[in-house]
Ligand binder design. Structure first.
Ligand code: ATP
Ligand code: MG
Length: 356
């Protein structure tokens, strides 16, 4: 198979962990006889420094001409005082919009060998295997108007939670497709006792469910979902929800089983390319120190092979290699128990490559 992959390392540890993903993908290409063409583009602070904008045209065109995009992380204290429109994070928001990435998909999986780093008791998190699907391009974060005004000396403010029905439907349908390939259970999270948008969300979920007789649908209010995630996370298979609820719940879900440095994500669109990135940020406190955990990025590359290219065996080979090195006791600092030895970023990449 021959594929073009855009690599956007971005800032901070994004650069270090991107190298890891490329190393592992090159090894996969050799092992399974594929040709992956890597082309590099700037995004975030790195792009601001070089081009004066967080998402240069060149980068966007490169992504559109590729079969998939791998992104490291953007941002860092160096750019914190930049004016709003040239903040590194704007690059990320813009690329999501431009590529039409309507759903963010975060698998959360339990690794028995690093159970000690979960904030929850082993009995609660053992066996957790779920996916959070967050709507990414609509809802409260993009609705208009979103503004402040002053009338008769009284300041007021408005944000708008706006959805078109088709935007709700496509993300819920994605969740059902995913659940049909997994444990056959969709939990749709809303606030239908208060919000009109949630009532439409709930109705739409019921309609989509009719097309998937083998998938079980249940509804959960978002406040209850926040509680159930830490009380009994094993009950979930695929959780789907609107943009802001998903922002909050996906971060909550991501810490159930371990470190930010462990978890991958995919953002999907109607016609591709999809974008894959670790859920962590640029980790400025450890950037450039060869200390970051590359596993989240490497597992993002595995997700890419599975979802964008249909290379299931290759994806599993990477996931198995990661599990093998963890089982053998290899750790980066973020997943090492206090006082125990740990590897550098490069060291971990080499071990995973060897296991592969
Ligand atoms: P963003 O706003 O970009 O999401 P953030 O403020 O959520 O960023 P991160 O950059 O993700 O923060 O870092 C949060 C903490 O997690 C930091 O202490 C960082 O060192 C740690 N961290 C993040 N990614 C990794 C990684 N890959 N390996 C080890 N530690 C990490
Ligand atoms: Mg964050």
């Amino acid at each position: 198979m021959e594929k073009r992959i855009a690599i956007l390392p971005g800032d901070g540890v994004g650069k270090e962990v991107s190298r890891g993903a490329v190393t592992i993908l090159q090894a996969v290409a050799e092992l399974f006889n594929h040709k992956f063409h890597f082309t590099y583009g700037e995004i975030g602070g790195a792009a601001i420094d070089e081009f004066g904008t967080p998402l240069p045209e060149r980068t966007l065109n490169l992504c559109k001409a590729s079969d998939a995009v791998l992104l490291g992380a953007v941002g860092g204290p160096k750019w914190d005082l930049m004016p709003g429109h040239i903040r590194p994070e704007k690059g990320l928001l813009k690329i999501r919009k431009e590529l039409g990435l309507y759903a963010n998909v975060r698998p959360v999986q339990y690794y028995s060998s690093i159970s000690g780093i979960s904030p929850l008791r082993k009995e609660v998190v053992e066996g957790v295997d779920m996916v959070v699907v967050r709507e990414l391009t609509g809802g409260l974060y993009f609705g208009k108007p979103s503004e402040r005004s002053v009338q008769k000396g009284e300041a007021s403010v408005v944000d708008t939670l706006f959805y078109q029905k088709n935007e709700i439907e496509r993300v819920i349908r994605y969740a059902f497709e995913l659940a049909a390939m997994r444990k056959g259970k969709v939990t749709s999270v809303d606030k239908a006792n208060v919000l009109e948008s949630s009532r439409m969300w709930r109705e739409t979920a019921e309609e989509v469910a009719k097309d998937y007789p083998d998938v079980q649908l249940n509804h959960m209010l978002v406040d209850n979902a926040a509680m159930q995630l830490i009380k009994n996370p094993r009950q979930f298979d695929v959780l789907v929800t609107e943009n802001m609820f998903g922002d909050i719940l996906s971060d909550e879900a991501s810490v159930l089983t371990g470190s930010l440095g462990m978890l991958p994500s995919a953002s999907v669109s109607a016609s591709g390319p999809y974008l894959y990135e670790p859920i962590h940020g640029s980790a400025p406190d450890i950037a450039g120190m060869n200390a970051a955990n590359p596993i989240a990025m490497i597992l993002s590359a595995a997700m890419m092979l599975r979802l964008s290219f249909g290379l299931e065996e290759e994806a599993e080979a990477i996931e198995n290699a990661v599990e093998q090195v963890l089982d053998a006791g290899s750790r980066t600092r973020d997943i090492a128990l206090f006082g125990t030895p740990f590897l550098t970023t490069e060291g971990m990449i080499e071990e995973i490559k060897a296991a592969l």
